[in-house]
Write a protein that binds this ligand. Structure first.
Ligand code: FES
Ligand code: MG
Length: 576
């Protein structure tokens, strides 16, 4: 492979010429205390860290940045830390999803506008992975993704606790009156007890697995717990490797091919992925110019068994167990006949070479194909007169009795309306009802909130019911479960058919045949459509205004239309 020469480094355009501007760049580097030999003729590596003191999952990043920088320096590069928007899942309102595209824009422009030859992207908490990756794909310089790593298992009173999933589970028990204040406080203190991302197979672990399967992380990186010393070593390895990637000119377009995106989808299905993975994977693929769509995912979902026995799809294990069982390399080795092993990765080697010799150490955690957690993959795509552009459901997380279900709709127009009704002991609702929440999509939420696991009405909880068919144009947390149909597209806020459904209409789900319909006369639907009045836009200024004008629907990945790779010409490199 032909290696780049120092004069061809991107950063050399800032630092090398004998002109006034470059004099300015060099003198300002010297202001930072660098000698010319520190920054001339060396790859300058941006370490993009999504750290903040309110990002609970990335609290180890200040230390980890130093590990990455050590590797960059060892390999002869100059590392520069550059903080990027720290979209955290727990605190960001109205939703973190509102800001994924903002992080993507920031990442792209930060790389483009600075003298960087390559980047190490540090993220992990849900939206940070797709946000960083989408932006870096568009920027086009060599990149490695360093996942934050999952936190340790939760623990309370001898019980293992999983992020999200166990919070929902014990909350239902508390609503049913089965949990004391003391127990509840103990669960609160024990469910998140170290740095790192949610340790169930939620959105964070799914997305970091996807990044690795795309070939964007060093092999095994996504499975290492955040506080394991192996995670520090992985950080340093990333620093060393990115410098070589710059010399090799191993840019993302050589990695993010259609087979790579397909590999990522297969791995996502086999891990029991979060429903959010669909939106993010489509968005990342489209940034790379790969037309991955819902139908491709459904086809892969029908043929890929779910083999990672990790909550919430599995009923026992967590990411720490998954790591000890061999991690993602071992899982990928188990499904190697379904992957394109020739796909290129950040190692400069193929997927096949990266997973060579990987072993499973616990067949109950990473199941053999002969004994899967679920015979099909994690996701199914539905279509019908309620969701002409698709909706998704997690078949494995849905009580089998709801897989073919017909019942009367109970429709809520907003989250507050639903919340008030759901705890009303006199609510007129039966276990056969279909709970519907609308105006909770990309524009309606706004920002596509994770409200899709609608709570079971209190009156039914008391009678022991723990699942119902639920439908919304919202997303749900990757740690949620239940018979929840999500991402109904087009969303109701822009006039999708969900906007036309009324309480009492019959709704029918047929999961084996992948359909979701309202059993309402076509003429009547047309009458309702003609009478429908579009709601007022949510925003009249600010970032939300930009968001609502340009966000695409769920089936297109919710990227901004103008950021997609086929939108138009990019200005290209800055004219320095
Ligand atoms: Fe950060 Fe779950 S809250 S990964
Ligand atoms: Mg989440």
């Amino acid at each position: 492979m032909k290696r780049k020469e120092a004069k061809d480094l991107r950063s050399a355009r800032w630092y090398a010429p004998d002109d006034l501007r470059s004099f300015g760049h060099r003198s300002r580097m010297m202001q930072l205390g660098y000698a010319e030999e520190d920054f001339r003729d060396r790859p300058v590596i941006g370490v993009l860290s999504t750290w903040s003191e309110l990002n609970t999952c990335h609290s180890h990043f200040p230390e980890r940045v130093q590990d990455v920088k050590r590797g960059v320096t060892q390999a002869g590069g100059l590392p520069v830390e550059m903080p990027a928007l720290s979209v955290d899942e727990s605190f960001t309102k109205p939703t973190s999803m509102l800001y994924r595209n903002m992080l993507a824009m920031e990442t792209e422009e930060m790389i483009r506008s600075h003298p960087l030859d390559g980047v190490v992207l540090m993220g992990g908490c849900d939206k940070t992975t797709p946000g960083l990756v989408m932006g870096a794909i568009s920027a086009g310089v060599p990149m490695i993704y360093l996942p934050a790593g999952p936190m340790l298992r939760g623990n309370y009173a001898g019980k293992t606790l999983g992020s999200g999933s166990d919070a929902w589970k014990y909350w239902d028990e508390r609503r049913a009156g089965n949990i004391s204040d003391e127990e509840w406080n103990g669960i609160q203190a024990g469910i998140a007890r170290s740095a790192g991302t949610c340790m169930t197979m939620g959105t964070a672990s799914t997305m970091t697995a996807i990044a690795e399967a795309l070939g964007l992380s060093l092999p095994g990186a996504s499975s290492i717990p955040a506080v394991d010393s192996g995670h520090k070593r992985m950080g340093t390895d990333c620093g060393r490797r990115i410098v070589d990637m710059v010399w090799e000119d191993l840019t993302p377009d050589r990695i993010l091919t259609a087979p790579a995106c397909r590999n990522a989808a297969v791995v996502a299905m086999a891990t029991g992925c979060s429903t959010n993975a669909v939106v993010h994977l489509i968005a990342m693929a489209r940034r790379a110019g790969v037309a991955l769509g819902l139908d491709d995912l459904d086809a892969l979902g029908r043929t890929t068994p779910l083999i990672a026995n990790v909550r919430p799809a599995g009923n026992e294990y967590l990411m720490e167990d998954f790591y000890y069982a061999g991690g993602l390399r071992a899982l990928m080795a188990r499904i190697d006949d379904r992957l394109d092993l020739s796909a290129m990765t950040v190692t400069g080697k193929s997927v096949g070479e990266n997973i060579e010799g990987a072993q499973v150490f616990n067949d109950d955690v990473i199941r053999p194909l002969s004994n899967p957690v679920y015979h099909e993959g994690s996701l199914a795509v539905l279509r019908g007169n309620l969701c002409p552009d698709g909706a998704i459901i997690k078949p494995a997380a849905c009580d089998p009795k709801f897989q073919v279900h017909q019942g009367p709709a109970l429709v809520f127009d907003s989250y507050p309306e639903m919340k008030a009704a759901i705890d009303d002991e006199d609510l007129d609702v039966s276990p056969d009802h279909v709970l519907v929440l609308r105006n909770a999509g990309p524009q309606g939420g706004p920002g596509f909130p994770e409200w899709g696991m609608l709570p079971i009405p209190r009156a039914l909880i008391r009678k022991g019911h723990r699942d119902m068919l639920r439908i919304s144009d919202a997303r749900m947390s990757g740690t949620s479960y239940g018979a929840c149909v999500l991402h109904v597209a087009p969303e109701s806020y822009v006039g999708g058919p969900l906007a036309l459904l009324r309480t009492g209409d019959t709704v029918r789900l047929d999961l084996p045949n992948r359909t979701l319909d309202m059993l309402v006369d076509a003429d009547e639907i047309e009458r309702r459509r003609a009478a429908w009045v579009a709601p007022k836009p949510r925003y009249e200024r600010g970032y939300g205004y930009l968001f609502q004008r340009h966000v695409t629907q769920a089936d297109k990945g919710c990227d901004f239309d103008f950021l997609q790779s086929d939108f138009g010409r990019t200005a290209g490199e800055p004219d320095i």
